[in-house]
Structure formats: structure tokens, C-alpha cells
Design a protein around this ligand. Structure first.
Ligand code: GCU
Length: 612
């Protein structure tokens, strides 16, 4: 094993940020940053020559006899953010190392620290600044950052990044996926300047008590000095709150936002108690957090989510999750979605469907997606890519998965919309897998005990044609059972067989049908028994809806899937053409018949729920 790989395994095993990586600064999107997005020089390096040839030095021949066998300035360009596969036909199927380089000029300031922040890069990333290695990161869907205060120069700087999306057996995800392995600097790259002491992270949530007026949380300072204070302001409800910072840089927050607590001076405001966040009324409050010269502001909604028996409660009231799955696939142009515009298109389609819930499959989507869900009133199932068979025996793989879970929770834990952390999808039952996911569940609860833990299992068994049972032992560690079932598409059953099926679940917990569906390219028509026709797909939805409503513990559903998406497994010419066609909407935005079948059902459910 190469030394660099061994160091990666050790760092992952110690579950500390990788070499050089600094703890994730969770407040980036609440800060002014300098964008490094745009056009970058790139070198495709299938044999990874760049490491031994020191591409990271961005060297130039000094004399006419000097031998330098690369030149970023004369190399092809790629846009950042963006996967490389959808930017050039010649790169569509490319998997391997790619080198990125760009220059930026910078002005240093006294008493200021500087960080280089990546929204995400798929999959293994190595970063150099002015020839000095900053560090490495593993995982394609979570943010990471490096402190560069000492490395960055006043004036011209050169940053070089190697991104390698080679699939790995010990990776997370592993070798096989039903989505395109888009590689590259898939999300924004930014420079962040902060004071020497700054707010690194915070959490503010509604306490789960009857009054629903108390806020609980914490704030963590980076480089905290003794005797500091954190201030929390929520002007709309008259909250002006201070808390001492402890020796570990942490301040505990406990705020009574009810009218009584804000005294006479802003009585008018206090007439309006804190409004809870709901999909129908996604109320967000502007919250500012400041300490020692650092000040950030964020938009936060306050709500509680819990289970009671087989029900999911939002703000203490049962809710039915009218959901849909989606991939982070860009509508119309294809490729990995990254912009607010991409996200708004997808989430607007989900709202049009009548959804109040989205399953972001099978990995953390970009931050804008989750923030938009917060604003648009869509509850979120946030998932890490523990997908299908994985190297469950490998401690390094477990720590890698935990690191991705840690970072998505760090990024999204202030989003009211996020109700569920999902640990995995369709993993084969084994002792090693069960232990792996048990450890993940414990870690998730340790990091955030205010949300529900779930996973999607596809391990339902058919003792006979009328009965289906899910006894997956994974359910023991979860708050909510996720079940993927493809009655009427995969396996021997036709859509109509769904109607006579009785479902049983080993664990008496809320059940979300986290996938069902069938494929049909938009515009392909025929009778309802002909595969890949819109009529077949629509009929399948009709039959599924009938079957699922008979499940007593059904608390929600997220059919597979909102929009067709690219997949290397879908090779059927003229029908799939490397797209999974199970979308209710084509990748060109065309609604299929099944879209309206589900929309009608969700309208009924919404009316039913409104009446309660
Ligand atoms: C699986 C899996 C998805 C996949 C889908 C399909 O259930 O979770 O990632 O795309 O089935 O086969 O279309």
C-alpha cells in the first residue's frame, strides 16, 4: 500500500479531518467569501503522472534546456463548479485523476485568518497552494476546508487541486451505483477571511416541550480566549441574549422566546409568539450570532420532530410525508446540479406534485438545495452514500462513512427542513453490515439527538403471494423504517398483484416507503401492460397507492423518482440511453402520466390532513 494511501487510512481510522484538513467551518454560507469559481486550467491524468512529475509546483522551464512536461496555462479549461463529464463529450465516461489549477490575487490583513473552502469534490481530493501541500479529502458530497493563513501570499497565488473519482472497493460509495460517477470540483470553491477568534459552528433548535417557545443549543468559537461572551439576536421576537464561553470554546444557549421574557420595550413584537416552522408555513427567523468582533447571521426555522408509536409528529402533530426522491441531477442540461437555479427548478416540481417532503438520494446534495427546502417548506431526508454492497468489515470504510455523516450534520443541522438522517440504502444483511450501521446510528444520535434516524432497506420477503414481511434487523437501530419495494417492476409480480398484498413489519415504528416505481421514457405510449410505456408506469402508481394505503404504520412515501437521471447501468438504446427513466418528469421537464396520478393522490392527502 502506497504511503499516501496508508496515511489516508490512518487519518480516516482516527476519524479526524484528513491530513491538513481543518474542522469544518459550518458558518461559511453565513459569511462574505471570495469566490474562486470560474474557468480553471486542467490536465487529464489517467496514469496519475502528476504526482511524480510534481504538477502541484506549476513549474515553468527556466532555461531552454529545462524539461517540464506539463503546462497548465496552455491546457484545456473546465468550469468550476461543475463535473467534468457533462462539460465535454470526450470526458463523459472518464473516471480517474484530473488536475485543476488557477491563479488568484489576494490581500492579506492583520489579525485575519484565511481558509480555503470546497463545497464538495468527487471523490479523492489533494490540494496545494503555491506548491505547498495543504492536505487531502475523501468523499464526494460533503464540504471541507484548509486554513491557509500562513501559506497564502500577498498578491499572486497559484492553487493546484488533484481530483480523482476512481471508484474504490473500500470507498463510500463503493464500486457499484445506479447514478453517474460525476467527477471534479462539483461545488463552489471559496476563500474565507475571519478574525483570529471566530464563530466556527452553532446550533439553535426549538426545545421539545409543550410551550414550544424555548430555544436550546450551543455556539463554538475557534481560538476562544477566556472570559468571552456570545450574543444571540432574534430581533423579530425581541431576543437579545448573552452566554459565557467556556474553556473549550463552547457556550450553552437556553433562550425563552416567549412574550414574558422580552420585557416592556418591544411589547408590540412580543404579541406574536415564536411561530413554528411547517411545510405550509416555512417561517424562518433572522438570527445573528456574534462574539469578539465576529458576527454572522443566518435564517433559521424552529420546529420539533419526533415519533409516537407508528406516527411521525411535527410540532407535536401527526404528519403524513407526501414525498418524492430526487438525485442531484441538473434539469435540462444533465450533469451534477450545483446552482440555486437547478435546485429551485427541482424543488418547484416537487411542490407542484403536492409534496411536503423530499428524499435527497443517495448522498448529501448541495447546501443550496437544503436551504431552499427550508424556504419552500419541504421536509428533508438527508442521506450518506452507504449504498448497496460495501466493505463493511473495513474500519477505514466505517470511519469514512462516519466522517461524511459528521460533515453533513455539521453543514445542515440548523435547517428546520431536515427531519431525518439516513445512514444507508439497500445494503445486504450480514453481521458486519449490521454492526457497521449500528455504529453509524449511535454516532448520528451522538452528533444530533433532535432528529430521526432512518435507512432504506429492500430486504422484504414474500412468504407467499399475499404476504410481504420486512424483518431486516437494521430496524432495531432506527427511529423510522425506510422500505424500498418494486412490486410491479422488479421480480415476478405485476402491478395489479400489489392490491392483494398484506405487509407486516418486525418493528412497530413509522414506515416510509422510500422507493417504488417503474421506468418510461416521456412520450412512449401503449397499453398498461407494455413495459416502458407511460401507461404502464401510471398504472403501477395507481396500484401502488392502493396497496400502500393499507399499511397501518405508513407515515410517508418517496416514490422513485422526480426526474430521469443519468446512470451507467441503463444501457437500453432508444429507451434508456444511459438514463434511468423512472422519473415522473423527463430530464427535459416533460411530465409523464404518472406525475398526475401521484399529484391527485397528494392533493387528496393534503385535503385530508388539512381537515384534521
Ligand atoms: C434501487 C436503488 C436506486 C436505483 C433504483 C432503480 O432501489 O436504491 O438507487 O436507482 O433502485 O433500480 O431504479
Amino acid at each position: 500500500m502506497k504511503l499516501s494511501d496508508l496515511l489516508i487510512v490512518i487519518a480516516i481510522f482516527l476519524s479526524v479531518p484528513l491530513l491538513g484538513e481543518t474542522p469544518l467551518i459550518a458558518t461559511v454560507s453565513a459569511r462574505n467569501t471570495i469566490s474562486l469559481d470560474g474557468v480553471w486550467n486542467t490536465i487529464i491524468d489517467p496514469y496519475e503522472t502528476g504526482l511524480s512529475s510534481h504538477f502541484y509546483e506549476n513549474a515553468k522551464p527556466k532555461t531552454k534546456s529545462d524539461l517540464i512536461e506539463y503546462d497548465f496555462d496552455r491546457s484545456p479549461k473546465l468550469k468550476v463548479p461543475g463535473d467534468w463529464n457533462s462539460q465535454r463529450d470526450s470526458l463523459l465516461f472518464y473516471e480517474g485523476p484530473m488536475w485543476y489549477q488557477r491563479y488568484f490575487s489576494y490581500q492579506k490583513h492583520e489579525h485575519t485568518r484565511t481558509f480555503l473552502y470546497f463545497g464538495a469534490a468527487n471523490y479523492l481530493t489533494r490540494v496545494w497552494l503555491n506548491g505547498t501541500k495543504l492536505g487531502e479529502h475523501v468523499g464526494g458530497f460533503t464540504p471541507f476546508n484548509f486554513e491557509i493563513t500562513d501559506q497564502v501570499s500577498d498578491g499572486e497565488n497559484s492553487v493546484v487541486v488533484e481530483v480523482d473519482n476512481t471508484r474504490r472497493a473500500d470507498g463510500v460509495p463503493s464500486i457499484h451505483t445506479d447514478w453517474w460517477n460525476y467527477g471534479g470540483l462539483t461545488r463552489s470553491v471559496e476563500l474565507m477571511q475571519v478574525p483570529e477568534t471566530f464563530v466556527e459552528d452553532y446550533s439553535l433548535q426549538l426545545a421539545n416541550d409543550n410551550k414550544r417557545q424555548n430555544l436550546k443549543g450551543w455556539a463554538r468559537l475557534n481560538h476562544a480566549l477566556a472570559g468571552l461572551e456570545v450574543s444571540i439576536e432574534i430581533p423579530e421576537v425581541g431576543v437579545h441574549y448573552k452566554a459565557p464561553v467556556g474553556p473549550n470554546g463552547l457556550a450553552d444557549l437556553s433562550i425563552d422566546a416567549s412574550a414574558l421574557a422580552c420585557g416592556k420595550k418591544i411589547a408590540a413584537h412580543c404579541a406574536a409568539p415564536l411561530q413554528v416552522w411547517t411545510p405550509e408555513n416555512p417561517k424562518l427567523y433572522r438570527v445573528s450570532i456574534s462574539a469578539e468582533g465576529d458576527r454572522i447571521a443566518d435564517e433559521i426555522g424552529f420546529r420539533t420532530v419526533e415519533t409516537r408509536g407508528t406516527q411521525i409528529l411535527l410540532n407535536g402533530r401527526p404528519i403524513f410525508l407526501r414525498g418524492i426522491c430526487l438525485h442531484e441531477e441538473a434539469p435540462f442540461r444533465g450533469g451534477r446540479a450545483f446552482s440555486e437555479e437547478d435546485d429551485r427548478t427541482l424543488l418547484t416540481w416537487a411542490k407542484e406534485l403536492g409534496a411536503n417532503f423530499v428524499r435527497l438520494a443517495h448522498y448529501p446534495h448541495n447546501e443550496a438545495m437544503v436551504r431552499l427546502a427550508d424556504q419552500m417548506g419541504l421536509l428533508v431526508w438527508d442521506e450518506v452514500p452507504v449504498y448497496w454492497e460495501m466493505d463493511f468489515q473495513n474500519p477505514g470504510t466505517l470511519e469514512n462513512a462516519k466522517a461524511q455523516l459528521r460533515d453533513v450534520i455539521a453543514r445542515d443541522h440548523n435547517r428546520a427542513a431536515v427531519a431525518l438522517w439516513s445512514l444507508s440504502n439497500e445494503t445486504p444483511i450480514s453481521a458486519a453490515r449490521n454492526a457497521f450501521l449500528k455504529s453509524m446510528a449511535e454516532y448520528a444520535r451522538q452528533l444530533d439527538d433532535t432528529r430521526l434516524i432512518t435507512s432504506a432497506s429492500d430486504k422484504a420477503e414474500h412468504p407467499d403471494d399475499q404476504h410481504v414481511a420486512l424483518n431486516d434487523p437494521l430496524g432495531e437501530y432506527l427511529d423510522v423504517i425506510g422500505l424500498n419495494e418494486y412490486v410491479g417492476w422488479y421480480g415476478k409480480y405485476r402491478p395489479e398483484d400489489a392490491d392483494k398484498m398484506q405487509w407486516t413489519f418486525k418493528y412497530s415504528k413509522p414506515v416510509i416507503i422510500s422507493e417504488f416505481g417503474g421506468g418510461a421514457p416521456y412520450g412512449m405510449h401503449g397499453d398498461k401492460d407494455t413495459r416502458f410505456t407511460e401507461e404502464y408506469q401510471a398504472n403501477l402508481y395507481q396500484q401502488q397507492i392502493g396497496m400502500l394505503q393499507k399499511i397501518p404504520a405508513l407515515a410517508g412515501m418517496t416514490p422513485w423518482i422526480l426526474m430521469d437521471f443519468r446512470s451507467p447501468r441503463r444501457t437500453l438504446v432508444g429507451i434508456q440511453d444511459y438514463y434511468n427513466r423512472k422519473g415522473l418528469i423527463s430530464d427535459r421537464g416533460q411530465r409523464k402520466q404518472a406525475f398526475y396520478v401521484l399529484q391527485n393522490f397528494y392533493r387528496e392527502k393534503a385535503a385530508e390532513n388539512a381537515g384534521k
